[in-house]
Design a binder for this molecule. Structure first.
Ligand SMILES: Nc1ncnc2c1ncn2[C@@H]1O[C@H](COP(=O)(O)OP(=O)(O)O)[C@@H](O)[C@H]1O
Ligand SMILES: [Mg+2]
Length: 301
């Protein structure tokens, strides 16, 4: 017998109230009619068209879409690493053209400096911004504690597992106290179990730190588990198909994966993302290898 799923838009009074509260908070990030066209050997490639959405203070927003739909392009624009062809990006009402410590970044590829210890990696941005060594070290150790890596403060990245490296990357980004944390498929290279742990972990951190998160993924479960709202992108050119308010309460744990409301949202995402699929699964990872992210991070810190 097929299971009857609720409408993915149905909210309990508790969840509806939560969204009402969120919608009264100030807008941290305003993406306003952003478009991006690349020049390529085969002519112009329109990667993004008319992207408009807002992220409010301490909201957790996920952007989801197939490979090649422009997610990384969008996040690079938000980070100030790429220009827009149209539209603008406002951070706390101000236009942001260049990378800055007000936007923290965590990429899929491991971007720690291999020649620095965990502690020195986290201190790096703080020192760049003029903090004295003792103060930078104290701050860094607090963030390392927050991600549970105190015993590894003097270890080098090569001595850490993938999940641990990403925890350091999160600590390093948060140490700058960014207005928004931009995460581009940060757990994409991890095995399923580690990935699930990292998701719970990230929610814990988000609950304890005053930070707004924009998280890019192509994983449906990950998006529904993490997000308050999900911005669903369609490809060629990348544009917004729908913005979904996830009707699930906080706090969330693994039991939520079996919740009919969870399944209803996931089904909706499947319907939108995979209905037109098959023909254009442009995999961009090979053309823009992860190594590139390493260089980008250096521009931000
Ligand atoms: N620097 C670039 N020059 C030309 N085309 C690009 C460039 N960066 C991205 N693209 C194109 O823009 C589209 C979106 O890419 P990307 O943002 O990497 O997608 P996603 O992260 O969703 O997989 C793809 O068609 C890709 O080939
Ligand atoms: Mg990408």
């Amino acid at each position: 017998m097929p299971i009857e799923l609720p409408d993915y838009r149905d909210k309990s009074p508790e969840v509806a109230l939560r969204f009402e509260r969120i919608n009264h908070r100030p807008v941290v990030l305003h993406v306003d009619r952003v478009g991006k066209t690349f020049a390529s050997r085969h002519g112009p490639v329109e990667a993004l068209r008319d992207i408009t959405f807002q992220v409010r203070h301490r909201e957790f927003v996920c952007i989801i879409g197939k490979s090649g739909c422009g997610k990384s392009t969008l996040v690079r624009i938000l980070a100030g690493l790429e220009s827009t062809s149209n539209g603008r990006v406002l951070l706390n009402g101000r236009q942001a053209h260049e990378p800055g410590p007000d936007r923290g970044m965590v990429f899929q590829g491991y971007t720690l400096f291999p020649w620095l210890t965990v502690k020195k990696n986290v201190m790096f941005g703080l020192r760049c911004r003029g903090k004295f060594p003792a103060e930078a070290e104290r701050d860094a150790m607090e963030w390392i504690e927050m991600v549970g890596l105190t015993p590894f403060a003097n270890a080098y990245p090569r001595q850490l597992s993938g999940g641990m490296k990403q925890r350091v990357a999160i600590a390093r980004a948060l140490a700058n106290q960014p207005q928004i944390l931009l995460m581009d498929e940060p757990f994409g290279a991890l095995d399923a179990q580690t990935r699930a742990k990292m998701q719970s972990y990230l929610l814990d951190i988000w609950q304890n730190v005053e930070v707004t998160i924009l998280f890019i993924t192509h994983d449906l479960d990950e998006a529904v588990f993490l997000a308050d709202r999900i911005v669903v992108l369609d490809a060629n050119p990348g544009r917004i198909e729908e913005i979904i308010e996830v009707p699930l309460p906080r706090l969330r744990d693994e039991t939520i994966f079996l919740d009919p409301r969870f399944l209803a949202v996931k089904k909706r995402l499947e319907d939108i993302i995979y209905q037109t699929s098959q023909e254009n699964s442009g995999d961009t990872e090979e053309r823009f290898p992860i190594k590139r992210e390493e260089r980008l991070v250096r521009d931000i810190l």
